[in-house]
Design a protein. Sequence first.
Length: 428
Amino acid sequence: MPDPPEISSELRNNISALYEEPGYLIDHCYATVMSVEGYEKLGLSERKDVYDSLCLVVRRWCSQVLGCDHTLSDEIEQFEAAIRRRVHQGISLVSVLCAFRLGVKELWLAHLGLAEHERALREELLFAISPYLYEYADFMTDLIRRIFIDEQFQHTRWRAEMRRQLFELVFTGGLDEQDFDRIARSLSVDPTLPRVALAIDWELIDASRSSPEDTIERLALNLGGAVNVEAEHVVHGMRHGRLIAWIPCARGDSLIFNQRALLGSIVEFANRTSGVRRVGVGLMNRGPKGWAASADEATSALDVALRSSDATKVLPYADIAIDESIRANRNALRYFEAVLGEILRERDLLKTLECYFDSRQHRKKTAATLGIHPNTLNYRLERIEALLGAELDAPAWITRIFVALNLRNAAAANLGEQIEDQTSGVAK
């Protein structure tokens, strides 16, 4: 800041009086500032903090004009602390700067009020004080911006470290429930809320315009908007090349209700967000182990979705839960692999059975799809029943065959993927 201008003794006395009794001016500034976006939502203690900060700004201005430089260091330090607190109170830089400009305006109006009936004072304010007030406002605006951005940067780094610790806790089990609660709460995340994990396969659309980190934050922001959750409450990070994100669910709602309520929003997010290729959705769960289980489920669903030829972008784990549970049990897997038994040797029968289930057991539609006579279809279905010892109209057998077909198709897809990988490896 440049040196303050020379002012008359009368103006000095008026500004000294304002310095000693700033209450009326500060009340006006406070009423104006509290109308700025973000400030109106502050609690009582935070509003008092804003009021005290206005006192600081007014007294700092007066002491600056009066040439009282001995207070500069303490007051700048207090002012800096106040600006840093605004970051954590959720007020944007735009709102902080707007509030400061409105405060400066009230300060200028207060000076004009002092010289309402004094032409000489008005001219002194116009030619001496107003240029200096402009320089003061410019200096303070730059200072506010630098302090605010620095605190945002420090806060971002701190949140990134907290998220890293939370990931370590969830996926390695290195910390206990108390540590999970502590870290989650430090991120303003309610650790008691159930959450659903998403595993997102994404690509960087334009590397020249955004970094991977920027893209990840954009995806988290878009996801939060789609499910109507603030972005900071979407806990996210990268794991094995996939973006893992946990979104909160309503407390007290059932797993099925939450799944149904969220799925439409997740599908909308996947379809409307550029760069998103596939999304796997885990089951609702809570606590560090629950978060890990939901993330593993989401990743399993994503892996299946990536192998599928289906154009659907979102696959809930609930759709593959039976298959995945069977794969985890070796004896059960052996049984279901054997269910199709003898018909695997007759391609027409296997194709007929697959088409029959794809057509939801509608015989007329199945025959039309296969291009065969309904009597031919009936014959084939009777032969399938005889070979398998099954009843295709019995719910229990419908379930067994449906699961067996899914497992076989998934195994075929895996084999095809392995052959493709080996072929591409040889080509290289």
